[in-house]
Design a binder for this molecule. Structure first.
Ligand code: AMP
Length: 399
């Protein structure tokens, strides 16, 4: 059974075709620069060969036509014809309070998704364009929406409310939603299945540390707290996002620097975090290099801040769940950056987190248990796979 997973961004479409009989990826790729000069489709075949197709890809519908054309082409395709595709699963960023799980897409569901646009004006419209395009090109195709926010809809009210007038929650839906839900769900489940423990009676903390970063507390199979909030800017220090910040700083700077709303948003979302602190890069690899080669003091400070904040959240979530059985690292940084995992887990033994530093130093981008056998909490690396989670959710509607 073949399932196509689409992740439509403002100017890009990422795609992966799965054969769900054995969960293999038959083909994957990305359409980039939609509506811009130099648009192209990059295909990565199952054998690893890459092919680039240049073309005038003016909008998402044309982009998806390209994708379907390439996937079913004689020379480069992985299906003989489009009828072989059983369903399409879409990543959708924001489901607000309307969606607490993945859904079969109908006209009614699309109308509800449109009502969530206000909450994610940059992300939800391209997600909807992808759904609309498939409906136009393949009108009978089964489509499923998988939301970044849905997994965190189980948070208790005391965890998701902000201390602002309740009327603003009622009027605008201002509350904490959380993101990266598909990743937190995937790695927490995978950790339990690898450890052979019951997901529904475990306490798990998952650290999704990528360019965007969030941490989640998962108790008895449901998310009870997460660090991102109304938008993805809250919580951990990130590549370019500030994370937790006294809102007094926002109003102070808006006044002092005469910042408009958009400039302020750009400052805290795109020019802050590791990039803003160091002035060098948002990428951990560049920052590691700046320490190794130049002993850069700002990079060292930024790393310390980064570790400290993740550590504080781990402590908070251990308290929130009255314990922790498993700590999982994922995302580009969590999966690869040995020193980051070591920095976060140092001096956490009292709480039960005892990392095997030697073992940790050998693990990159593979499923592994990194804690000492005596550690109360199991510490793991699980490479995330949001696309597979979306494909699995999509498959569940076919079954
Ligand atoms: P993601 O958003 O999950 O794709 O993660 C991207 C980030 O992961 C990059 O910006 C890097 O900071 C980090 N990253 C990726 N590979 C490595 C690596 N080998 N070592 C350290 N950091 C890495």
């Amino acid at each position: 059974m073949k399932i196509l997973v689409l992740n439509c961004g403002s100017s890009s479409i990422k795609f992966q075709m799965f054969d769900m009989t054995d969960q293999t990826v038959l083909s994957k790729g990305v359409v980039e620069k939609i509506g811009l000069n130099g648009s192209f489709l990059k295909l990565v075949k199952q054998n690893g060969d890459e092919v680039i197709f240049e073309g005038e890809i003016l909008d998402h519908k044309i982009g998806i036509e390209y994708v379907l054309g390439v996937l079913s082409s004689k020379k480069h395709g992985c299906v003989a014809n489009l009828n072989e595709i059983s369903a399409v699963g879409h990543r959708v960023v924001h489901g607000g309070e309307k969606f607490n799980s993945s859904v079969l897409i109908t006209d009614e569901v699309v109308a509800k998704m449109e009502e969530c646009i206000d909450l994610a004006p940059l992300h939800n419209p391209p997600n909807l364009k992808g759904i609309e395009a498939i409906k136009e090109i393949l009108p009978n195709m089964i489509q499923v929406g998988v939301f970044d926010t849905a997994f965190h809809q189980t948070m208790p009210k005391y965890a998701y409310m902000y201390g602002i007038p309740y009327s603003l929650y009622q009027k605008y839906g201002i509350r904490r939603y959380g993101f990266h839900g598909t990743s937190h769900r995937y790695v927490s489940r995978k950790a339990c299945s690898l450890l052979g423990i019951d997901y529904n009676s475990s306490k798990i903390i998952t650290c999704h540390l990528g360019n965007g970063a969030s941490i989640a507390a998962i108790k008895n199979g449901v998310s009870v707290d997460t660090s991102m909030g109304f938008t993805p800017v809250e919580g951990l220090l990130m590549g370019t996002r500030a994370g937790d910040l006294d809102i007094g700083v926002v109003t102070y700077l808006m006044e002092k620097e005469k910042l408009g709303v958009e400039t302020a948003s750009t400052l805290f979302n795109k020019h802050s975090g590791m990039l803003g602190l160091t002035g060098i890069s948002s990428d951990f690899r560049d920052l590691r290099k700046s320490v190794a080669e130049d002993n850069n003091e700002l990079s060292k400070m930024a790393f310390e801040m980064y570790f400290y904040r993740v550590k504080k959240y781990i402590g908070a979530y251990t308290a929130a769940m009255n314990g922790c059985d498993v700590l999982v690292f994922t995302g580009g940084i969590g999966e690869n950056d040995v020193m980051c995992r070591q920095g976060i887990c140092s001096e956490m033994e009292w709480l039960g987190f005892d990392l095997d530093n030697e073992l940790n130093s050998t693990i990159r981008a593979e499923e592994a248990l990194l804690s000492k056998p005596t550690s109360k909490v199991k510490i793991m690396v699980i490479p995330t796979n949001e696309e597979l989670m979306i494909a699995e959710d999509t498959l569940s509607f076919l079954q």
